[in-house]
Design a protein around this ligand. Structure first.
Ligand code: NAD
Ligand code: GLY
Length: 354
């Protein structure tokens, strides 16, 4: 078992290991006295892991009521968020009680947003069960739901009080959903972690799972500690996300987050090469790593379509936004782009429809 501290405005630990689900009650007791707990999960994770989580929490003295929502990004909306709030009220949870988010990034983001806003804020624990949630979304306190106009447009920064990552839960992930987490992990590699690039280049991911998660969490917590509220350094974590979020939206959410981010990373790496910012050959290297790990490297949308869909990106400040562009695999920069030039920039890539 490894414990990584995140020193954000609220300090907390990410506990990573195997077999932790059956010990989650004991672990949560370290940071919160027994209280009422709302266990929030989706209908797939419910069948796989909710009973063990509930049992462990009960054994540690927590009372548990469970809220289950239909799986998938389509559920991360205001309607389901409202239903969660109504459930918390019906179950009589007070500000001193606890939400436990058991699941992937959709569950963590939405339950986290409910925790940020219910009675003006209460504690929550993240128990990530997807690779993506383990390496990225469960850490850092970004909580949100989507609007029809775009992803994560309503949300809050609200740090969990603990993250419990049981790597054993990732063994039931379908290949495609596992690949979503690979995309976010490879992102850390492109930003600066050559060790991660080596692991994904050689395809040794399963052997190194806990190591990858720990490394990713350390990297992410470093960005979060330096810029919790996303005004500078943390923006680097949005590599591939401006185009990626737009692709998710254009696809009617049928392209998953990690897959869209993979395509988004190829688009900006191609564009950075064409702009003379990025070392030639970087996009080819990235394409090879992504393909090897079951991720897409092109889209059927045009650069102009993606640029238009990205106009509502929440990172936009006035008429411009900061795009993360690679200089090489292992180093990136922030690039000020006029919002109305995004289509032109994305169209430089061979990954978009011509
Ligand atoms: P998800 O939560 O929809 O999970 C993907 C699918 O996997 C779901 O169908 C789920 O039921 C299933 N699943 C979960 N755990 C499983 C398991 N152990 N075995 C089998 N099936 C399992 O999607 P995700 O990829 O985890 O998260 C994507 C979301 O995360 C997006 O909404 C994205 O915007 C968000 N995100 C947030 C942050 C952040 O910092 N808050 C960072 C990255 C992504
Ligand atoms: N996933 C981007 C961030 O947490 O900032």
């Amino acid at each position: 078992m490894e414990r990584i501290s995140v020193g954000a405005s609220k300090k907390y630990e990410v506990v990573i290991g195997r077999g932790l689900l059956d010990r989650c009650g004991e672990l949560v007791s370290e940071v919160k006295p027994a209280c009422r707990t709302a266990l929030i999960t989706d209908d797939i994770v419910d069948g796989l892991y909710a009973d063990r989580t509930e049992q462990s929490l009960r054994e540690a003295g927590f009372s548990v009521s469970k809220y289950v929502f239909p799986h998938g990004e389509q559920s991360k909306d205001l309607k389901n968020y409202e239903r969660i709030l109504e459930f918390l009220l019906k179950e009589g949870l007070s500000r001193g009680d606890l939400i436990v988010a058991l699941g992937g990034g959709v569950c963590g983001d939405m339950a986290g947003f409910a925790a940020a806003t219910y009675l003006r804020g209460m504690d929550y624990v993240q128990i990530p069960t997807t690779f993506l949630a383990a390496v990225d979304s469960s850490v850092g306190g970004k909580t949100a739901v989507d609007l029809g106009e775009g992803k994560n447009l309503v949300g809050a920064f609200h740090q969990p009080i603990q993250v419990i990552c049981d790597a054993d839960t990732l063994s039931t992930l379908p290949r495609d959903i596992f690949a979503d987490g690979s995309a976010e992990s490879i992102k850390y590699g492109v930003l600066g972690d050559r060790d991660i690039i080596e692991i994904f280049s050689k395809g040794k991911v399963q052997d190194e799972l806990s190591h990858i998660i720990a490394r990713a969490v350390k990297t992410k917590s470093d960005y979060v500690e330096r810029d919790e509220f996303d005004n500078g350094m943390r923006m680097f974590l949005n590599l591939g996300h401006t185009a990626g979020h737009a692709i998710e939206k254009l696809s009617g959410l049928s392209i998953t987050h990690g897959h869209a981010v993979a395509i988004g990373m190829v688009i900006v790496t191609d564009a950075a090469e064409k702009l003379g910012i990025c070392e030639p050959g970087s996009a080819a290297e990235l394409r090879q790593i992504l393909t090897r790990n079951g991720l897409p490297i092109s889209t059927s949308f045009t650069g102009e379509e993606i640029g238009r869909a990205a106009q509502s990106d929440k990172k936009r400040r006035g008429d411009s936004l900061k795009l993360v562009l690679p200089r090489r695999i292992g180093e990136c920069m922030l690039y000020d782009a006029q919002a109305d030039r995004l289509g032109e920039i994305f169209s430089l890539s061979e990954a978009v429809k011509r």
